[in-house]
Design a protein around this ligand. Structure first.
Ligand SMILES: [Zn+2]
Length: 187
């Protein structure tokens, strides 16, 4: 399996990326992506990391590579505190394969990093609150590759604060690799 990991927001702590007073999305994302890459390679897969270019060009490149999966890598922010926090995986509403991959990632993350507490999968649409996630995968929805927008935890909620440590980020990244592997073996 060939996996493209996209370090989104142009791989910078730009104005639209998530941040708290102590952590930024770009640094946390880079750390868990490194663990995902390591584990995928251990499992016999190949990985290409994209950190430059706009989303549309990234999607075109991933299609040119004939990748099996494309993961738009993020960390979430802005948790309301009203409910238990969760990891989130968004798939394109047009994509059955994406739905299956989102479920596999979701299952693997709760097993591999129980501090996430729970995971949810969402069908992403061009309108409404899922539109930002949709835009990160809209060009790669259901073939080679299948696209997922990953928001494995929140960087600004107390319940997820343990996940900000390097050792926990390794567990998050490793779990994502396990979820990709299980999906690929299954299909
Ligand atoms: Zn983000």
């Amino acid at each position: 399996m060939l996996v493209v990991l996209s370090r989104d927001h142009m791989a910078t702590g730009g104005p639209r990326s998530a941040r708290s007073t102590t952590h930024t999305e770009d640094i946390l994302t880079r750390k868990y992506m490194a663990a995902t890459e390591d584990r995928l390679i251990e499992l016999g897969h190949s990985v290409i990391i994209i950190s430059d270019d706009n989303y549309r060009n990234r999607h075109e490149r991933a299609k040119d590579y004939r990748a099996h999966a494309y993961i738009a890598c993020h960390v979430n922010a802005g948790f309301s505190g009203r409910r238990q926090p969760f990891g989130a995986f968004f798939y394109d509403n047009r994509s059955e394969k994406g739905k299956a991959l989102a479920k596999s990632l979701s299952t693997a993350l709760v097993i591999g990093a129980p501090a996430v507490l729970s995971c949810r999968t969402f069908s992403a649409h061009p309108d409404g609150w899922t539109a930002p996630a949709y835009n990160t995968i809209r060009g790669v929805y259901d073939g080679r590759p299948v696209g997922i927008c990953a928001e494995p935890f929140f960087l600004d909620c107390e319940e997820h604060s343990w996940l900000l440590h390097d050792s926990a980020l390794v567990r998050v990244g490793t779990a994502l690799a396990e979820g990709l592997h299980a999906w690929y073996e299954d299909k």
